[in-house]
Design a protein around this ligand. Structure first.
Ligand code: NAD
Ligand code: 0WE
Length: 264
C-alpha cells in the first residue's frame, strides 16, 4: 500500500535529520516516492548531501529561496533528470532573531518584516511559479508548513505570525490559481517541535511542556507524524483537498482554558 510510488517530489527545507522536512522526506520515501532535496547554502550542504545519499535521493541541489536565479536554476537541473514534478514541499521559515524576542511593537522593523515575509511567505509563491510547468496536468500537490501563530498571538513569535498568516492566505490564492491545472495547494500547521529553527528560541522547552499538557492527545507531535500527514496530502488519497490548512498539533488548536485540573 505504497501510495506515492513513482511520484517525483521536491523537498525544500532540510537542514539536518531533526528538520520537519526530514520527517517528510522519510515518510514520503517510505511510500515509494522519488525525492530531490535542496539546501540553503554550502554550510548546510554537507549534511544535506549525506542525508540525500542515505535516502537514495535522485538529486540534491543548492537553492536559496530568496534568490530567483537560484530557484530557476534548481528547476532547470531537475528537468534534466525528471519528466515532471508531482509535489513540492516548502518547509522554510526565517526572521532575524532580534524580531523574535520581546514586545511586538518594540522589536518589529521594516527590514525584519521584509525579510520574514520574503523568505517565509513569498518564497512559496516563487516555488509555485517556477515549478508550475513541471507540475501541470499531473494532479500535483504543493505543501507548505505553517504555525498557529498565524491565527493567535503568542509571546515572541511576532513578525513570523504575520508572515505565516500571509503564507496561509497564499495557500488559498494559489489553490484557486492552479486548481484548473490540477494542482492542489495545502498547508500543514504543525505543533511545536525541537528543530534547528527552534534552537534559538527563548523558553522553547517551556512551550513544549505547555503544549503537551494542554493538547487533547497530551503529547507533542513528531516530525514523523507531520511527515505522514504530508505524504497523505501529496498523494491521490487527498485528491479532494485544496486550499486547506491541516492542523497536525495533537489537537492543541481546538482548545481554550486548558484542562479542568488547571482551573480547579
Ligand atoms: P529547520 O531549521 O530544520 O528548517 C528550516 C529550514 O529553512 C532550514 O533547512 C533552512 O536552511 C531553511 N531556510 C531558511 N532560510 C532559507 C533560504 N533563504 N533559502 C532556503 N532555505 C532556507 O526548522 P523546522 O522547524 O523544520 O522548519 C520548517 C518549517 O516548519 C518552517 O516553515 C517553520 O516555520 C515550520 N514550523 C516549525 C515548527 C516548529 O516548532 N519547529 C512548528 C510549525 C511550523
Ligand atoms: O516557525 C517557527 C520557527 C521560526 C523561526 C525561528 C528562528 C530562530 C532563529 C524563524 N526565524 C528564526 N530566526 C532565527 O535567527 N516555529 C513555529 C518554531 C517557533 O519559533 C518561535 C516559536 C515557535 C513555536 C519563536 C518564538 C515563539 C515561539
Amino acid at each position: 500500500m505504497s501510495f506515492l510510488t513513482g511520484k517525483n517530489i521536491l523537498i525544500v527545507g532540510v537542514a539536518n535529520k531533526h528538520s520537519i522536512a526530514a520527517g517528510i522526506a522519510g515518510a514520503m520515501k517510505e511510500q515509494g516516492a522519488n525525492l530531490a532535496l535542496t539546501y540553503q547554502n554550502e554550510r548546510l550542504g554537507k549534511k544535506v548531501i549525506a542525508l540525500s545519499e542515505e535516502w537514495n535521493c535522485d538529486l540534491c541541489l543548492p537553492c536559496d529561496v530568496s534568490n530567483d536565479e537560484e530557484i530557476d536554476k534548481t528547476f532547470e537541473e531537475i528537468s534534466k533528470s525528471w519528466d515532471g514534478i508531482d509535489c513540492i514541499v516548502h518547509a522554510v521559515g526565517f526572521a532575524p532573531s532580534n524580531e523574535l524576542d520581546g514586545n511586538f511593537a518594540d522589536v518589529t522593523t521594516r527590514e525584519g518584516f521584509k525579510i520574514a515575509h520574503d523568505v517565509s511567505s513569498y518564497s512559496f509563491v516563487a516555488l509555485a511559479k517556477a515549478g508550475r510547468k513541471a507540475m501541470q496536468g499531473r494532479n500535483g500537490s504543493l505543501i507548505t508548513l505553517s504555525y498557529l501563530g498565524s491565527q493567535r498571538t503568542l509571546p515572541n513569535y511576532n513578525v513570523m505570525g504575520l508572515a505565516k498568516a500571509s503564507l496561509e492566505a497564499s495557500v488559498r490564492y494559489l489553490a484557486v490559481s492552479l486548481g484548473e491545472e490540477g494542482t492542489r495547494v495545502n498547508a500543514i500547521s504543525a505543533g511545536p517541535i525541537k528543530t534547528l529553527a527552534a534552537q534559538g528560541v527563548k523558553n522553547f522547552r517551556k512551550m513544549l511542556t505547555y503544549n503537551e499538557s494542554r493538547a487533547p492527545l497530551k503529547k507533542n507531535v513528531t516530525i514523523n507524524e507531520v511527515g505522514n500527514a504530508a505524504a497523505f496530502l501529496a498523494s491521490d488519497l487527498a485528491s479532494g483537498i485544496t486550499g486547506e490548512t491541516l492542523y497536525v498539533d495533537a489537537g492543541y488548536n481546538i482548545t481554550a482554558m486548558g484542562s479542568l485540573e488547571e482551573v480547579n
